[in-house]
Ligand binder design. Sequence first.
Ligand SMILES: [Zn+2]
Length: 258
Amino acid sequence: MRLFDTHCHFDFSVFAAEFSAHHQAALQQGVERFVIPAIGPENWSRLASLSDYSGVYYALGFHPYFLRSESAASLNLLIDLLDKRSPRCVAVGETGLDWAIEVDKNLQQQMFLKQIELAQAYQLPLILHSRKSDSQIIKLLKQARFTQGGVWHGFSGSEQQAKAFIDAGFKIGVGGVITYSRANKTRRAVAALPASSLVLETDAPDMPMHGLQGQPNHSKYLPRVLHELATLRNSPPELLAEQLWHNSHQLFALDDNN
Ligand SMILES: [Zn+2]
């Protein structure tokens, strides 16, 4: 069974000392592909260097949480890097809006709009971070006539909320949230949505799975999400894994035959 972790912050310091051991531990669990999203200029070059490892891809962009007033000054550098990107750079993000943090809303929207524009221009999908902001995100994507699709990462919403993103051409990133029985609404949603719209993610080292709270989350735990999803959907895990593997490659315009 081959799995694709479509969202893990494998560049974060908790993995830095022994990156190749962490990478190996994930491979041993059948997690063969990874997308590491950017947080901002501070990790862009690290992501490019990690993509020398087998199955490691990355995105470039500005995470809303890490925005500062001077972030806009780095947009030209982002354009430069997108111009000469390697085939391992497969998306713009993670970007989006987070209405649950202190970061200025105007700054967030201005930087999000810029990244929508760039993803459209470079024909790349968007990796979306959305907290209490999903309707505004949909509105901005529509206003910008964005057509490149992408993923709503770390999904914890309802079926209706997910459908609005699916209609806009996005996939739904399913992670450790669904391992908690109290996440009723989200568990019902991922059970009901079309299998073709779903991809797996850990968001490691964040969003620990049920029973593993208090330790850093890890890509090697991705099979737990798969098995929970398979149970919720009443679907054989192997069959579901193949579908999700295919969806993930389609999402990032990668060839899934090698
Ligand atoms: Zn993330």
